[in-house]
Design a protein around this ligand. Structure first.
Ligand code: NAP
Length: 261
C-alpha cells in the first residue's frame, strides 16, 4: 500500500515498536508525526527517517497530560490539516506485586497507557469522522486478555484499552473510520529497562519490534478489532475465555512458578 499524502501520528515513536512503525510507514511514503516526551530522541529518529524523503513533524508531548495532547494535535492539524492514521503506542509497565507497588505507580500506568490513548483518540477522532476516513491503532498486549501476576496495574490499563476499543469499534461502524488493536506477546525493546523488571523472570519467546511494526502497518487497513502477534496466541486467548476455570489456574501457576525461580 502507498501512503503518499497520508498523515500518520505515532505516539511513543522515540523507541521500540513506535520507532519501527515510523520507519515502516515512512518506507511507504507516509508523512509521519513523531510523538514522545523526549525531543532529543525523536530528533535522532528523524535522522533515520530522512532517507525516505517524507515530511516529518516532531512533537514533544507527555500523552498523560490532556493539555499537552491538545497542543500537539493543534500543531499536527495546523501543519497538515488532517490525520489519516493514529497509532496509540506510547506506554510502559512496572513489575511488582500489587501490594508492593505505590498507588501512584499504578495510577501512572493507567494515566499513560489508558487515559493517554483516550486523550489522543478524542482529539483526532472528530477530524477523522468529519472526513469520513481514518484508522486508529491501539497497541495493547496479550496482557489485555490475561491477568499476569506482578503486572496488575499494567494488565488493568491494557484490559481498559481493549474494552474502550471494542466499544468504539461498534460505534464507528459505517462512519468510514476504523479501529484495530494490536496485541503482541513480549517484544525486545527498552520496555524492560525499568528497574522493576530486574526481578522479572526472563522468557525466551520474544518478538522483534519490527515484526510488531509490520503488523501495525497491516492493522491500518484491517477491518478486524484485534490482531494478536503471533497469531497462534489467539488460540490461548480463546481457551482462556471459553474455559476460564481450567486455564486461569494454569496461567497463575506458570507465572508464579517462574517468579520464584
Ligand atoms: N515490549 C513488550 O514486551 C510489549 C509487549 C506488548 C505490548 N507492548 C506495548 O507496546 C508499546 C510500546 O512499547 P515498547 O515495547 O516499544 O517500549 P519502549 O521501547 O520503552 O517504548 C515506549 C515508548 O513510549 C513512550 N512513552 C512512554 N511514556 C510516555 C508518555 N507519558 N508520553 C509520551 N510518550 C511516552 C517512550 O518515549 P519517551 O520516553 O521519549 O517519552 C517510548 O517512545 C507500549 O504500549 C507497551 O505497553 C510492549
Amino acid at each position: 500500500m502507498d501512503y503518499s499524502g497520508k498523515i500518520v501520528v505515532i505516539t511513543g515513536a522515540s523507541s521500540g515498536i513506535g520507532k519501527e512503525s515510523a520507519l515502516e510507514f515512512a518506507k511507504l511514503h507516509a508523512s509521519v508525526v513523531l510523538v514522545s516526551r523526549d525531543r532529543n530522541k525523536l530528533e535522532e529518529v528523524t535522522k533515520e527517517l530522512l532517507k525516505y524523503q517524507t515530511r516529518i513533524l516532531v512533537c514533544a508531548c507527555d500523552i498523560s497530560q490532556k493539555d499537552q495532547v491538545n497542543e500537539m494535535s493543534k500543531q499536527v492539524l495546523e501543519k497538515f490539516g488532517t490525520v489519516d492514521v493514529l497509532v496509540n503506542n506510547a506506554g510502559f509497565g512496572i513489575y511488582g506485586n500489587s501490594n508492593d507497588l505505590k498507588v501512584e505507580e499504578i495510577e501512572s500506568q493507567m494515566r499513560t497507557n489508558y487515559l493517554g490513548m483516550v486523550y489522543c483518540t478524542k482529539t483526532f477522532l472528530p477530524k477523522m469522522l468529519e472526513q469520513k476516513s481514518g484508522h486508529i491503532i491501539n497497541v495493547a498486549s496479550v496482557a489485555a486478555s490475561f491477568g499476569i501476576p506482578g503486572m496488575a496495574g499494567y494488565c488493568a490499563s491494557k484490559f481498559a484499552m481493549l474494552g474502550y476499543s471494542e466499544s468504539l469499534y461498534h460505534e464507528l461502524k459505517g462512519s468510514g473510520v476504523g479501529i484495530t488493536v494490536v496485541s503482541p506477546i513480549m517484544v525486545r525493546t527498552n520496555f524492560f529497562n525499568h528497574n522493576s523488571f530486574n526481578n522479572m523472570p526472563r522468557y525466551t519467546t520474544t518478538l522483534s519490534a519490527n515484526t510488531v511494526a509490520k503488523t501495525v502497518v497491516r492493522a491500518a487497513s484491517s477491518p478486524r478489532l484485534e490482531i494478536v502477534v503471533p497469531q497462534f496466541v489467539r488460540i490461548a486467548i480463546w481457551f482462556k475465555h471459553t474455559f476460564p476455570y481450567l486455564i486461569n489456574p494454569i496461567v497463575g501457576q506458570i507465572f508464579r512458578r517462574s517468579k520464584t525461580n
